[in-house]
Design a binder for this molecule. Structure first.
Ligand SMILES: *Cc1c(COP(=O)(O)O)cnc(C)c1O
Length: 277
């Protein structure tokens, strides 16, 4: 059985508003409720599953500061496995190799995908601690083996691409070169706050979301059927920039190797596109 908790960002906005949503004090407030819940239910909780610092496909929703670390503390305290989904955030996307590093958190189980091959071939991996791994060791007769596989598990070609990708990370110092681009993105995102139909601007490392709203003050969204995000994306395609909207959130998730020039162009086009609504 799954028990779902509210999205940390959306809950934070509900409680303290957008300006203070990411502050550490907000985390304390949210964590109090999570801890209360875990305290009452921990005997039925095997694992705590969450994304690493930011919810991606939900609309680029960053966690308030220290949230991930607090969840680690709670999981330790109640002997719950911390299962972190780094499929979107892993391999440099947040400016760290893994987003967990940002708060010095080590999960018990980590899900990886997407960036592991730079996106060139499909490959996913599940990492576990030695403690978990060792549970599956034993004599054959003990039947401790992890008898689980997929058709394409361990695909050699995909694995070679992943290894090559990791080599490129080191050779080209991808992470190091990414840092000024994260800063540039941060600077340029400020320009979007003033636009008429921008209700929120969120960034987490080298991913960002610009939320389009009908009414800037009330944050009233555009009617779903109007497909505003899709229209903005379509405008951009005509100028040679491909982005994927998540509903009315314009997602900025450029290749890590993008040049500053191309990043600027991408943001120029996006600005024009958002102004065109
Ligand atoms: C894309 C994505 C997934 C889906 O991964 P699959 O390998 O396609 O199942 C899971 N979690 C996050 C955070 C993602 O961004």
């Amino acid at each position: 059985m799954f028990i779902r908790l509210p999205s940390p960002y959306l809950e934070a906005v509900k409680k303290v508003g957008r300006e203070r949503a990411l502050e550490y004090d907000t985390t304390k407030m949210l964590i109090e409720e999570v801890e209360d819940f875990v305290f009452k239910n921990h005997q039925e909780i095997a694992g705590f599953v969450l994304e690493a610092g930011v919810q991606g496909a939900a609309g680029i929703l960053p966690f308030p500061k220290g949230y991930l670390k607090e969840i680690r503390r709670i999981c330790d305290e109640y002997n719950i496995l911390m299962i972190v989904d780094e499929v979107a955030t892993g391999f440099g996307r947040t400016g760290h190799m893994f987003a967990c590093e940002k708060e010095g958190v080590e999960p018990d189980i980590m899900a990886l995908g997407k960036g592991i091959t730079g996106g060139y071939l499909p490959l996913a991996a599940t990492l576990v601690t030695d403690e978990i791994f060792n549970q599956f060791l034993g004599e054959f007769g003990e039947a401790k083996h992890f008898y689980h596989g997929h058709t394409y598990t361990g695909n050699p070609l995909a694995c070679s691409v992943a290894i090559a990708n990791l080599e490129v990370f080191e050779e080209e110092q991808t992470l190091k070169k990414l840092q000024p681009k994260i800063k540039l993105l941060e600077e340029r995102l400020k320009e979007f706050w003033d636009l008429k139909h921008v209700g929120d601007v969120r960034q987490y490392g080298f991913m960002a979301g610009i939320e389009l709203v009908k009414n800037k003050k009330t944050k009233e969204p555009f009617p779903y059927g109007e497909r505003t995000g899709f229209k903005v994306a379509n405008y951009m395609i005509k100028k040679g920039v491909w982005v994927r909207p998540l509903g009315d959130v314009m997602v900025i998730m450029p290749p890590l190797v993008i040049s500053e020039e191309d990043l600027n162009y991408m943001l120029d086009v996006m600005k024009k596109a958002v102004k065109s609504i």
